[in-house]
Design a protein around this ligand. Structure first.
Ligand SMILES: [Zn+2]
Length: 290
């Protein structure tokens, strides 16, 4: 379903722009990070992981999670190479490599594979928020004499947004973007004005119809209005100008709605960025009423 949400404009796909991987001019580390993000964006399951393997600026292989069923992206990319090609290579991975967490684990962890392969250097996008892995992969690589560096900040932020801003949530604060599952009867979310300001408005998402490209945004009676004609939040200088309140809005990709229950002292702008088979990707921003 649809394209992956892209949080940062990466421009044209690098491979297309460069005319393929075999040009004489080497890729910079920054190019290779972007290529890893392009792999990352190909994933259809979470957590997303994209990997490229390079040596002295030459792209050797790529991999993403889901490319080969049940194989982690690091393994997908490394196993495309001969053992000798792996020696001295640099691995760019959007997510921290996993470590063995159970002694009974049959297949070696990605950190172990990287170490055994003789990889010289690893660039990591983000550390794994999974508490049993968090920074352990990073540490293990360092302890084994591998140089570990991180992606540029902007790319890290984009990866983080793409990788983890997903899952069941009950409360969001201020402004942001989330990808949330909408299955069955939907999902209820409380939007709180800020960490310090506990004012809140409840919204819910339901009736996702991917075939028709729409999903319903619901709130209390008469709380939801469509911001007709607006394509970004900055287009809306005064949210109160929009009319035709309803208890729900049938949202299509790109649409913006305003949620303002009776008596509320603030409102929420909500944009549906994208929708998929079982989940949606939306952005919100709270605004004090004028
Ligand atoms: Zn792994």
């Amino acid at each position: 379903m649809g394209a992956n949400p892209v949080a940062v404009d990466y421009g044209m796909p690098l491979l297309a722009r460069r005319g393929g991987p075999n040009l004489a001019k080497p890729y910079s580390n920054s190019d290779l990070m972007k290529l890893a993000v392009e792999e990352h964006l190909k994933c259809t399951e979470f957590p997303k992981v994209g990997v490229v393997v390079a040596k002295e600026g030459e792209l050797l292989s790529t991999g993403f999670r889901g490319e080969v069923p049940n194989l982690h992206a690091e393994r997908v990319a490394l196993e495309k190479l001969s053992p000798s090609a792996r020696i001295g290579a640099t691995v760019f991975t959007t997510l921290e490599p996993c470590v063995s967490i159970q002694p009974s684990q049959v297949i070696e962890s990605c950190a172990d594979l990287i170490i055994a392969s003789g990889v010289r250097e690893v660039f990591v996008g983000v550390l794994d928020p999974n508490g049993t892995i968090y920074s352990q992969g990073f540490r293990k690589l360092l302890e084994n004499g591998i140089s570990v560096k991180f992606f540029q900040r902007k790319l890290r932020e984009a990866i983080e947004e793409e990788t983890f801003e997903y899952g069941v949530i009950e409360k969001v604060v201020g402004s942001g973007k989330r990808r949330v599952p909408v299955v069955g009867s939907g999902i209820n979310i409380t939007v709180q004005f800020s960490e310090a300001d506990q004012r809140s408005i409840d919204i819910s998402w339901g009736s996702l119809q991917p075939i028709h490209g729409c999903v319903d945004l619901l709130s209390n009676n008469g709380a939801v209005r469509i911001a007709s004609g607006a394509s970004k939040f900055s287009d809306i200088s005064d949210p109160t100008v929009f009319r035709f309140p309803s208890h729900f809005a049938r949202m299509k990709k790109g649409m913006i709605a305003i949620v303002q229950p009776k008596g509320a002292t603030f409102c929420i702008l909500i944009k549906l960025i994208d929708l998929f088979e079982k989940d949606i990707y939306f952005q919100w921003e709270v605004r004090n009423l004028p």
